[in-house]
Design a protein around this ligand. Structure first.
Ligand SMILES: *Cc1c(COP(=O)(O)O)cnc(C)c1O
Length: 425
């Protein structure tokens, strides 16, 4: 990481923007506008990424091909629909550190999480528990509890919800290790959000996977807040599976498709139970329509349906931008940008705010979660009225994500100025 001595004034922010090698990428996105036409300060890329300006043309291309070719577009569209998901494999694999056989775009996030648990949560009499963080995203908890019930078991017995220590927001690796060591023999699956959606804490996946595997547990991660935020290194970390969505940092549009990773070691396992559909079947004989299920080797075997091309194309539009920017450069800027926000927040009234996201940059992505003492939603409304789009989590946390693709140092400067002003009133 480049060492920078942060400074307080606006001139510093302007200089950082001027020197930013990625500064031109902001113009590739539509910035939401206020009533007077001026752009919002947008810090909500952790919830819904902004629309790339190229998305419309990408979708228009498929609309044209659909109009001109009808069903023939599956083979003859400019980007044929039949293998369309394969056009995304390389670029997505580079963002998450996956080999081609390990990564696919399909379905939506919670659907993929269920499909993964069908295969990788197989409780036995002795080993039937799932370890998850107490502060997990609600959908993940519902998915986990319902999988447990699906096997005729009781979530009260089978869900280990890991809490942080009293007075702390984040989990300590030491405590995770202890739970795995003490209860690992009964744990079938370890599943953490990474980073955690609430605190922004990023966990060492390789380390947790090693601890889990040593005890015979399978290990998965929900990287909804990780993909496109920082490089994920999934293959190297050895995780059994991972899932993520593409509408947060990956800017593929509301409710767009999700990613799925299954480690290569499971690619040829014919005994894995799986929910199956025709899109997971051997491509050479898929249209024979008569054969029994013959899974494609690797994660593509989990595909169920022929995918929604109009959403898939928006993923392509976004991944093309990521390929231009490069995850290395994005992370470099992200470290500076989030570090700058942290620096400015630290100048503020420490009685009112505290940052609950880890201070160590290796343990976070771009998001900072700011806890505000004696605050309620009216504070957040004041922030919104001042032209900022951020994200409020009850009871008292503002989550802000300075996104290196489209946020500037000046954005960050103005955000902290406005927050300071509102809190001093
Ligand atoms: C955003 C998010 C979800 C949302 O799930 P969808 O199926 O895409 O609606 C689930 N889990 C986590 C951890 C998330 O961050």
């Amino acid at each position: 990481m480049i060492a920078v001595n942060y400074e307080q004034g606006l001139a510093f922010a302007k200089k950082m923007d001027q020197d930013d090698p990625l500064k031109d990428f902001r113009q590739k996105f539509h910035l939401p506008k206020q009533k007077d036409g001026s752009p919002y300060l947008y810090f909500c890329g952790n919830s819904l990424g902004l629309q790339p300006k190229n998305t419309q043309a990408y979708i228009q291309q498929e609309l044209n091909d659909w109009a001109n070719y009808g069903v023939e577009g599956h083979l003859h569209a400019k980007n044929p629909w039949l293998p369309y998901h394969e056009f995304l494999t390389k670029a997505m694999g580079e963002l998450v550190g996956a080999r081609p056989i390990e990564v696919v775009i399909m379905n939506t996030l919670t659907v993929n999480l269920h499909l993964m648990m069908v295969s990788f949560y197989r409780p036995t009499a002795k080993r039937k528990k799932i370890l998850i963080e107490y502060d997990a995203f609600p959908s993940d908890k519902y998915a986990v509890a319902s999988q447990i019930k699906f096997h005729g078991l009781d979530p009260a017995d089978c869900m280990i919800e890991m809490r942080s220590r009293d007075g702390e927001a984040c989990l300590q690796m030491h405590d995770i290790r202890q739970v795995i060591e003490e209860q690992g023999d009964e744990i079938a699956l370890i599943l953490f959000g990474n980073p955690n959606y609430y605190t922004g804490q990023f966990l060492d996946m390789k380390q947790i996977t090693e601890w889990g595997h040593a005890k015979g547990c399978l290990v998965g991660f929900d990287c909804a807040h990780g993909a496109g935020n920082r490089y994920l290194d999934l293959h190297e970390s050895g995780v059994d599976f991972a899932v993520w969505c593409t509408y947060k940092y990956l800017n593929a549009g509301p409710g767009s498709l999700a990613g799925c990773f299954v480690h290569e070691r499971h690619a040829h396992d014919k005994h894995l139970p799986r929910f199956e559909g025709w899109w997971g079947h051997n491509k050479a004989t898929r249209f024979g329509m008569r054969d029994g299920f013959d899974p494609i080797p690797g994660v593509e075997a989990w595909q169920l349906s022929n995918p929604p091309i109009l959403s898939m194309v928006a993923v392509k539009a976004s991944l093309d931008i990521f390929a231009q920017a490069g995850m290395d450069r994005l992370r470099e800027k992200s470290l500076l940008l989030t570090g700058y926000m942290e620096f400015l927040l630290d100048q503020m009234n420490q009685e009112r705010i505290s940052i609950i996201t880890p201070r160590d940059p290796t343990q976070r992505g771009c998001q900072l979660s700011i806890q505000v003492k004696d605050a309620d939603k009216s504070l957040f409304e004041a922030v919104m009225n001042a032209g900022i789009i951020a994200d409020w989590r009850e009871p008292d946390v503002i989550r802000v994500a300075p996104v290196p693709l489209y946020n500037s140092f000046e954005d960050v400067y103005h955000f902290v100025q406005i927050l300071t002003k509102i809190l001093s009133n």
